[in-house]
Ligand binder design. Structure first.
Ligand code: 13P
Ligand code: SF4
Length: 330
């Protein structure tokens, strides 16, 4: 029985039984229920350690599309759980805390995008995966930061394109593809906070270090980067480069995997402009805790539900993305 108290909070707030080993109980529940835990690189390290699969937005969608589990627990944010539900409508998709939203997805309300589209007939809409299902339903092709450039490149040169919602990623794509896409004015509150001054200072202190930046960062940050790429691309660059020190301008959760993969290398997170805060952490991602993960597996709540028609409309642009991505890989 789902309690009204849980609904009010958006997660199961039952006390955890005393003395249990949370990680092994989580794994036991997964086995018992044929559940799979997926985690984004930006979630807490203890969640990454207990997950079956950790990846960036593209890898998480690809993994969801092929899982044989009955239950998917998405330890990320709401749009990621929605994407899983769209790709796996018959599976139970759990999100440990329904409050795990995304400032970038919130910056693009579906009705406003629909209006913008109407004002620009003949334009194709490319939307970043960081959008609601309702926005995806107005989209021609979904992209992630891992495949956006290749997907833009796959379109005819004279194609008129609206890119939503991240203006920084859109601006970066315009610069590397030579396009002139119309950009939605949205952004991520984490990636927009990185301090240019701090990067310059860090570079002066570590002249050999390479600066890695996510394309959701502002152009002034990207201009200082030795390498710009998605979370997964930044990670593989750090693994393959001989350099021993990296200055990392993306959400600091990725440092856990970086350090795990390259224990001998040093990774320095770029602090935000307001040095005193923890703004290089995504507060939404951090809402996923081991306690909420355990409870949501135990009670099989909160789950994500979507209207069947909306799901079908949102599925098409995601499938187009997965198809183009698969071709790009070959
Ligand atoms: P990627 O997972 O594509 O790197 O995107 C980062 C992000 O902000 C996820 O919310
Ligand atoms: Fe959204 Fe930014 Fe958090 Fe990613 S890091 S989930 S884009 S708010």
């Amino acid at each position: 029985m789902i309690k009204s108290e849980w609904i009010e909070k958006g997660y199961v707030n039952e006390p955890i039984p005393e003395g249990i080993d949370l990680k092994s109980e989580i794994r036991r529940l997964c086995k018992e229920k044929n559940a799979v835990i997926m985690g984004h690189y930006y979630t807490r390290s203890e969640i990454q350690d207990v997950a079956d699969f950790v990846g960036d937005s593209l890898a998480l969608a690809q993994q969801a599309a092929k899982t044989t589990a009955d239950i998917i627990v998405m330890c990320g944010v709401h749009f990621m759980a929605e994407t899983n539900k769209i790709l796996c409508p018959d599976k139970l998709v759990l999100l440990p805390d329904l409050n795990a939203g995304c400032s970038l997805a919130d910056s693009c309300p579906a009705d406003e995008l629909a209006k913008f589209k109407e004002e620009h007939p003949g334009y194709k809409v490319l939307a970043y995966v960081n959008t609601s299902a309702a926005v995806k339903a107005h989209t021609d092709i979904v992209v992630t930061s891992s495949n956006a450039k290749e997907i833009v490149d796959s379109l005819p040169l004279d194609e008129k394109i609206i890119f939503a919602p991240d203006k920084n990623l859109g601006g970066y794509l315009n610069s590397v593809t030579g396009r002139n896409m119309l950009l939605w004015n949205g952004g991520c509150h984490v990636h927009e906070q990185f301090s240019v001054e701090k990067i310059v200072e860090l570079k002066a202190q570590h002249p050999q270090a390479k600066v890695l930046a996510h394309p959701e960062c502002k152009s002034a940050v990207l201009a200082l980067a030795d390498y710009v790429g998605s979370t997964a691309a930044i990670l593989s660059y750090a693994k393959s480069e001989e350099c021993g020190t990296f200055i990392v301008a993306t959400e600091s959760g990725i440092l856990h995997e970086m350090q795990k993969c390259c224990p001998q290398k040093t990774f320095i997170p770029v602090p935000p402009m307001n040095g005193g805060c923890a703004c290089n952490e995504c507060a939404y991602m951090r809402l996923n805790t081991l306690e909420k993960l355990y409870n949501c597996l135990k009670y099989e709540w909160p789950f994500v539900e979507l209207d069947a028609q909306l799901r079908e409309r949102a599925k098409l642009p995601i499938e187009r993305m997965l198809e183009i991505s698969a071709k790009i890989k070959k």
